[in-house]
Design a protein around this ligand. Structure first.
Ligand SMILES: *Cc1c(COP(=O)(O)O)cnc(C)c1O
Length: 224
């Protein structure tokens, strides 16, 4: 399938699921291009996509060099502190802030205020990156010291399971945490955004108020 056809299908599903949501804003679709070639990424651009996501430094650099300047880049993967300086001034959004040492490095290397998502491990799976839900508030307090970091929202990855009720509860927990943080009115953490939902669960994420969905396989994957 062409990216254009995939996108049409995804947009349609988003609209349908938006009707079941208390949220009315249409989420941004981030095309996750980590599995695909530069050609396929360009096809996504031609199809009208402007938000692109990569999870590794190499892939990010490659796509950034190949795509036009009006692309908005999201770094969605965990980042080793030593690689921060190569990435942080090149991306528009960073989705994987999950530890203080990383915040410190970002703060040091950034030449501007960086829009970050806190990556939260809602499900508590050991294999997953991210801070525990009950540690988020404490972490936020510590981030106040870093003037180059702005927490614009929360990000999570749901477990790989067919249990949609469980997935929904994970996204719902993240939404509640976001709403709680908004109540704090923190200048360094407006926390208006929710980055959640991938190929297998973006419909559920939309129902739970996602403002950014990150889609790879179903959008740009499965090239002929
Ligand atoms: C790979 C990846 C995605 C996209 O995954 P698909 O299941 O292919 O849609 C989204 N978010 C993150 C953090 C990823 O690493």
């Amino acid at each position: 399938m062409s990216v254009k056809q995939n996108l049409k299908q995804i947009e349609q599903e988003i609209s349908e699921h938006l009707e079941k949501s208390s949220n009315s804003a249409h989420p941004h679709v981030i095309a996750v291009t980590k599995y695909v070639t530069i050609e396929r990424a360009k096809e996504a651009y031609e199809a009208g996509i402007r938000h692109f996501g990569e999870n590794r430094l190499e892939g990010f650099k490659e796509k950034k060099a190949a795509l036009p300047d009006d692309v908005v880049f999201h770094f969605i993967g965990s980042l080793q502190s030593r690689k921060v300086k190569e990435v942080i001034n090149e991306v528009d959004y960073f989705h994987a802030l999950d530890r203080l040492s990383l915040a410190k490095e970002i703060n040091k290397r950034a030449d501007h205020v960086v829009s970050c998502f806190l990556q939260v491990n809602v499900s508590g799976e050991e294999s997953k990156h991210g801070i525990a839900l009950d540690e988020v508030n404490e972490f936020l307090k510590e981030l106040k010291a870093y003037e180059n970091i702005k927490v614009i929202g929360l990000m999570t990855m749901a477990p790989l399971t067919d249990d949609s009720v469980y997935i929904k509860s994970i996204f719902n927990d993240l939404r509640h945490k976001k709403e709680e943080i908004q109540q704090f009115n923190l200048e360094h953490a407006p926390c208006t955004e929710l980055s959640m939902g991938m190929s297998n669960d973006y419909q559920i994420a939309v129902e739970e108020g996602a403002t950014f969905v990150r889609i790879g396989t179903k959008l740009v994957g499965e090239e002929e």
